[in-house]
Design a protein. Structure first.
Length: 65
């Protein structure tokens, strides 16, 4: 398990939702930069998408617990 995932598990549901909103905004901005050819590090899009999935997974785990 990654350090990032362990960090997420220690957060409350509201903190996780705030993280999710922030990541979605970042993803939107990255996609926008990519469309206008201003993005240098395209692998960041994949990384942010995976982080969104991690946050959603932890939120689901907490809601079932």
């Amino acid at each position: 398990m990654s350090k990032y995932t362990e960090e997420l598990k220690g957060k409350t549901a509201t903190e996780l939702n705030e993280d999710l909103v922030a990541l979605k905004k970042e993803l939107f901005n990255l996609r926008f930069q990519n469309a206008t050819n201003q993005l240098d590090n395209t692998s960041r899009i994949k990384e942010v998408r995976r982080n969104i999935a991690r946050v959603k997974t932890v939120i689901t785990e907490k809601s079932k617990a």
